[in-house]
Design a protein around this ligand. Structure first.
Ligand code: KG4
Ligand code: ZN
Length: 342
């Protein structure tokens, strides 16, 4: 079954490896890093050290579970960027070492494109896949983008955040409330039982299709500080309502832009991707507006929302079919964008 590709993801704080064969993802091993929890965010130096410790075991497990040996591989794929330099370097160096020793090609993958291509990972069920062109709201810890997807490897960013990413807004708000990193999933969990209309937070009006989340982050900081002055137990007493109100606002900011992008482009095939697409509020609101506006909506399987190598493998599969290989001089790019591909 060809091509058989080993893919490695190490852009941030998950060390992950997956094997794809003839377009079918055989497994997806993800090793998370707990060392960042107490710091309220990813510590780059700790992340790269953890990748170094974990990468051999993670790759061996992926190969073992796929029941293949090195000689079965046709290519090695890796995340070139965007991401943390030290973290990317571990994956890139490991991939190069394997490719040289096995004398097989290398494939570089853009992490943000891979998040979108997670929609094409076969899931076993006969789910409908998006058809081109479709619109994707890609929301992660470092990025918030509106993307027109014209083909598997042909995408244009038509709007993006001018400051913080929405995942960062979730994580920083959680940190302000002394919740551990990553705060997004925790806020999501508390929000499920809270009142979304209890507290009001400001929107930031941006031109065109861009986003801004630094204003709401600052407003949230002062909101907590001022209320804690009046009631030291404010957070504990209102945690669920605070989380529900904040999430409601953040999801609204995302969805309003997505709706505007759909009107502007005339595209009604709408997808979400990236870590924040795991958010229950966002998934529900996408379904609600989709029904109202006649959209066909696409949500990635839960396990393929946050960082994983299966999505890197999927992107690598499409690149392999195009003969799009990387040279041995291919260096990681922490700010890799869609145009710096190739
Ligand atoms: O895509 P991802 O795993 O890594 C990056 O490429 O950045 O996204 C991580 C981000 C973090 O900010 C995390 O808090 C957020 O995704 N996240 C969530 C949820 N699950 C993960 N945010 C809100 N609700 C969730 N359920
Ligand atoms: Zn990601």
């Amino acid at each position: 079954m060809r091509p058989t590709i080993l893919a490695i993801e190490s852009s941030c704080d998950e060390t992950s490896a997956a094997v794809i064969s003839n377009g079918k993802v055989l497994n997806n091993i993800v090793a998370s890093q707990n060392e960042h929890h107490k710091y309220g965010g990813v510590v780059p130096e700790l992340a790269s050290r953890a990748h170094q410790r974990q990468i051999v075991d993670v790759v061996e497990e992926a190969m073992h579970l796929a029941n293949i040996v090195n000689e079965n591989l046709d290519a090695i794929a890796f995340t070139r960027g965007p991401g943390l330099m030290g973290s990317l370097l571990v994956g890139v160096s490991f991939a190069k070492g394997m490719a040289v020793s096995l004398d097989i090609p290398l494939i570089e993958v853009n992490h943000m494109q891979a998040h979108i291509l997670a929609h094409f990972i076969p899931t076993g069920q006969d789910t409908v896949k998006p058809s081109f062109p479709f619109l994707c709201l890609t929301v992660s810890g470092g990025h918030t983008q509106l993307v027109v997807v014209r083909d598997y490897l042909e995408m244009d960013i038509i709007g993006q955040t001018q400051d913080d990413a929405v995942g960062e807004a979730f994580d920083k708000a959680a940190k302000i409330m002394d919740l551990p990193y990553p705060g997004g999933p925790l806020i999501d969990r508390y929000a499920a039982e809270g009142n979304p209309n209890k507290f009001k937070f400001p929107d930031t009006d941006m031109p065109a299709l861009d986003f801004s989340f630094s204003g709401i982050k600052t407003a949230f900081l002062y909101f907590i500080r001022d209320n804690k002055e009046k009631d030291p137990g404010f957070i504990e007493n209102n945690l669920k309502d605070i989380c529900a109100s904040l999430q409601y606002k953040l999801v609204g900011m995302l969805m309003n832009r997505l709706e505007k992008a759909s009107v502007q482009t005339g595209i009604k095939q709408i997808a979400i991707a990236g870590g924040v697409s795991a958010n229950t509020g966002l998934r529900m609101e996408l379904a609600r507006r989709g029904k109202m506006l006649g959209w066909q909506t696409f949500i990635p399987e839960f396990q393929y929302c946050t960082d994983n190598a299966a999505m890197i493998a999927m992107a690598a599969h499409f690149k392999y079919l195009k003969g799009d290989f990387a040279g041995m001089d291919c260096a990681p790019l922490p700010n890799l964008n869609f145009d710096s591909e190739g």
